[in-house]
Design a protein around this ligand. Structure first.
Ligand code: HSX
Length: 185
């Protein structure tokens, strides 16, 4: 049986992230978290890292970004005994929404949130799987701010430093926590 007691959890979990070269396009190294989620032990360890980080804080809500942010965000919210709100890609939410457009490498994207998803003053953790350019996370951050919420921290599993999103967010004083980072695109 594996001895987990002396383990560097972040490095261990990083080892469960699969790199798929040239997907979805030539030259891209896709960081695939499905092996990490598939193994019940690593899934639990991953969630526990976030739970331990926020369980001593006053948190009112977890917001998750479409789509992998839903997987970890909803479990985190459940464990923290708070509600979960989805921030979705354009056109998926049925009620009135606020929207934020952001730039992708080619073109634009829009994320939306229900106008009653959070209340002014709510303390929110915003979560996604990965920060590359930071565009998605910052769009979610702006939506929450527009509704008057206080984003206690933005959180992810992976940061890709070469794409600059993490540095940009730190420059803008947007609090960011990630479990691990990968060099190379
Ligand atoms: C990927 O792109 C991830 O799941 C994130 O939602 C997003 C991160 O890219 P970026 O907006 O930081 O460039 O699909």
């Amino acid at each position: 049986m594996e001895n987990l007691s002396n383990l560097d959890y972040a490095s261990y979990l990083k080892g469960w992230i699969r790199t798929v070269p040239n997907w979805p396009s030539e030259g891209v190294m896709f960081r695939d978290i499905t092996p990490l989620l598939q193994n019940p032990k690593t899934f639990r360890m991953l969630i526990d890292i976030f739970v331990h980080r926020y369980m001593g804080e006053r948190i009112d809500m977890v917001a998750g970004l479409d789509a992998r942010g839903f997987i970890i965000g909803s479990v985190l919210a459940y464990e923290l005994n708070v509600g979960f709100v989805p921030i979705r890609k354009k056109g998926k939410l049925p009620f009135t929404t606020v929207a934020e457009e952001y730039e992708l490498e080619y073109g634009n994207a829009t994320v939306e949130m229900h106008t009653d998803a959070v209340k002014p003053g709510d303390r929110v953790v915003l979560i996604d799987d990965l920060i590359a350019t930071g565009g998605t996370m910052m769009a979610g951050y702006k939506l929450l701010q527009r509704l008057g919420a206080e984003v206690v921290e933005t959180a992810g599993i992976i940061e890709l430093p070469e794409l600059g999103g993490g540095d940009l967010m730190r420059e803008l004083n947007i609090p960011l926590f990630t479990v691990c980072s990968f060099d190379g695109h």
